[in-house]
Design a protein around this ligand. Structure first.
Ligand code: GDP
Length: 429
């Protein structure tokens, strides 16, 4: 059986924690999209980890971790992360990398930086990990698959030279930056080949057999619905699909194998990068939530930059769950709200004088004003509670109000960053 763990919002919903937790009863955990531009923070018995590339299931010795073909693979970052977790006492993970995954090239990172510089004030707020240039090249069919590292030298050199004609033209005339040398790229790719060789695998074939053998598989998404290039807040989105449906493509399995879509929804909102954010709050109100948020404040796992903060957004989250095809909602970080007397929740968008509950396209979203409903707080620390009935009545009322607004069942409630800080509410293990 395949379960996808994906985000309904702007990312940072706590997918890493849920994946780490569910990996206990899983055999294989796969990253199927995105790259080292976002991070998952995980706290477990080995310590605290910020993973950017490795799947969040690497902490068990019974699991196999897979980098699927849909991922933007930064080979040195992956190898560094692997060494890092092992140095922190984690058993050496069993890692497989799809031979069809494409490689983040050193120039992708440079182009990301140069483009942000060129756009200056109008930039997308990229993490400068090379993700947008990487996916542009993939779909322009000038990317490099892992399998191409194993081509004949002459063939590979010929391709590098062909691609560099384009890159160097842009470097010279658009960015006015130093040109790239073909020999240097070839040598870098040979280093990458050595690093990645032990892990390369025909992943879709491996998964086909694993599913025939009845293995439990988790697909781990990065970011959330609102950052999807098709269904998100385009153009302030990421460059690969963040939807569970893409899990089938980015891992190489049949779509009908994905039987559960565990959609992670955070009890308040946070976002990174530019773009419309209707329920955003500012000033002291935002700073207090930012500092109390997550396990140690809402600051980016990759960049350390402060996240933008907001109240829970029912409109965006309902849409986020719908596009993911949520079978279960994991409602996270509820404990953080325990300091508030009252908790505003965004229940509608007012656009040109009309109130809507349906998430609109970006041009309309930019005009939307939040319609807020204020719910009573519970003013207590709920960490440590394991039974839903033991939560304060106002906390249950908050969860149940949001469940009704979402229209999808909240079957997991997360009340702390730790692996065991979870309340089961009808979730089938
Ligand atoms: P991801 O990218 O979706 O995995 O999310 P991040 O790792 O960027 O952000 C989630 C943050 O919230 C991490 O620091 C987690 O340790 C933390 N976290 C996850 N679930 C909970 C929770 O229920 N309560 C609290 N307080 N923190 C949580």
């Amino acid at each position: 059986m395949v379960k996808a763990i994906v985000g309904a919002n702007w990312g940072d919903e706590g997918k890493g924690k849920i994946t780490d937790m569910l990996a206990e009863n899983s055999d294989i955990i796969i990253r199927f999209q995105g790259g080292a531009n976002a991070g998952h923070t995980i706290i477990n018995n080995y310590g605290k980890f910020a993973l950017h590339t490795l799947p969040s299931g690497v902490f068990y010795d019974h699991t196999t971790s897979i980098i699927g073909n849909g991922v933007a693979l930064n080979i040195p970052v992956l190898i560094k992360e692997l060494k890092q977790v092992v140095s922190q006492g984690v058993p050496t993970p069993k890692l497989l990398v799809s031979e069809r995954a494409q490689i983040v090239m050193p120039y992708h990172i440079l182009f990301d930086q140069y483009e942000e510089e060129r756009l200056a004030g109008k930039s997308f707020g990229s993490t400068k990990s090379g993700i947008a240039p990487f996916y542009s090249d993939k779909y322009a069919k000038i990317g490099f698959q892992v399998s191409e590292l194993f081509m004949e030298e002459e063939e590979l050199r010929e391709k590098i030279e062909r691609v560099l004609i384009q890159k160097n033209t842009l470097l010279e005339h658009l960015y006015h930056k130093p040109l790239i040398d073909a020999d240097e790229i070839y040598n870098t790719l040979m280093d990458y080949k050595e690093m990645i060789s032990p892990y390369v695998c025909d992943v879709s074939l491996y998964l086909d057999q694993a599913l025939k053998d009845g293995r439990n598989v988790l697909l781990e998404g990065q970011l959330g619905t609102l950052k999807d290039p098709d269904h998100g807040i385009y153009p302030m989105v990421t460059s690969s699909s963040t939807l569970a449906a893409y899990g089938a493509i980015g891992a190489g399995i049949a779509p009908y194998e994905i039987q559960k879509v565990i959609t992670v929804v955070k009890a308040y909102s946070s976002a990174v990068g530019a773009g419309a954010f209707v329920s955003e709050i500012f000033g002291d109100e935002a700073q207090e939530l930012r500092i109390r948020g997550g396990d140690k404040g809402e600051f980016g796992a990759t960049t350390g930059r402060p996240r933008r903060m907001g109240w829970f957004d029912c409109v965006a989250s309902r849409y986020g769950c719908r596009l993911q095809g949520a079978t279960d909602v994991a409602f996270t970080v509820v404990d953080v709200l325990g300091y508030l007397d009252e908790i505003p929740v965004c229940v509608g968008y007012e656009i040109d004088g009309q109130v809507t509950k349906d998430f609109p396209v970006t041009s309309k979203l930019e005009k939307a004003k939040p319609v807020l409903k204020v719910l009573p707080g519970w003013k207590s620390d709920i960490r440590g509670i394991r039974n839903y009935e033991d939560l304060p009545a106002n906390c249950r009322a908050y969860i149940e109000f949001i469940e009704k607004e979402l229209g999808y069942p909240i079957t997991l409630v997360s009340n702390g960053p730790g692996r065991d800080e979870i309340i089961y509410r009808g979730f089938e293990k």
